[in-house]
Design a protein around this ligand. Structure first.
Ligand code: FMN
Length: 184
């Protein structure tokens, strides 16, 4: 027969494993929320990245830092971590994405692309911008960035400015993106 002490320890251990699981799920979808207080309305900018090898994630983090320095409240997350309901409620979403395969989204953007790019519901209250990283040596140059930009426009979201494509992390193009961020 199991003693009451062992039963209690078992329950506590189960509870600790459950809490660790919830925490890991939270960390996987949503990484950081920082910035100016927004009276309970949530951040005014969501910065979402889809990155296979880290470049787009790095530039998303830089974008989030710039926006915070300009007084915005920012939440940084993967594109897959952006739920449809969040997208419908958001004021502004800034995407920083690369392209893989033959014009495909990176893994951490593929679920978002399937789930949200071709939905029927309009997003008229949403403003957005897209920084697309790619490489002109591929025929489907920045294809996921284009698909994202066109898909959001088709859902009646409003672009803050035209799609910005960057070939092999070209510093001039990245500096142009930084300039555009100051307009937000
Ligand atoms: C296997 C592979 C496939 C790629 N396919 C494309 C592509 O179809 N179109 C494109 O513009 N760039 C393509 N790229 C280039 C990447 O998008 C580019 O290097 C980007 O900066 C990578 O960003 P990341 O590190 O965030 O994933 C590809 C790169 C690799 C390694």
């Amino acid at each position: 027969m199991t003693s009451p002490l062992l039963q209690t320890l078992g329950i506590l251990l189960g509870y600790a494993i459950f809490c660790a699981h919830i925490w890991r799920r939270h960390r996987a979808g949503v990484s950081e929320t920082e910035g100016v207080a927004t009276s309970g309305r949530g951040p005014d900018c969501l910065v979402c990245y889809a990155s296979q090898n880290g470049a787009a994630e790095r530039h998303a983090r830089g974008t989030a830092d710039t926006l915070r320095a300009n007084g915005h409240s920012v939440r940084l997350l993967t594109a897959n971590g952006l739920r449809e309901r969040q997208l419908q409620r958001a004021q502004r979403v800034i995407f920083v994405v690369s392209t893989y395969g033959q014009g495909e989204p990176p893994d951490n953007g593929a679920v978002f692309a399937r789930r949200s790019l071709h939905r029927a519901e309009d997003l008229p209250g949403l403003r957005f911008a897209v920084l697309a990283l790619g490489d002109k040596r591929y025929s489907a140059y920045c294809a996921f960035g284009h698909a994202l930009y066109d898909g959001l426009k088709a859902r009646k979201a409003v672009p803050e400015f035209a799609l910005v494509c960057v070939d092999r992390e070209d510093p001039d193009a990245l500096a142009g993106w930084e300039d555009l961020l100051t307009c937000l």
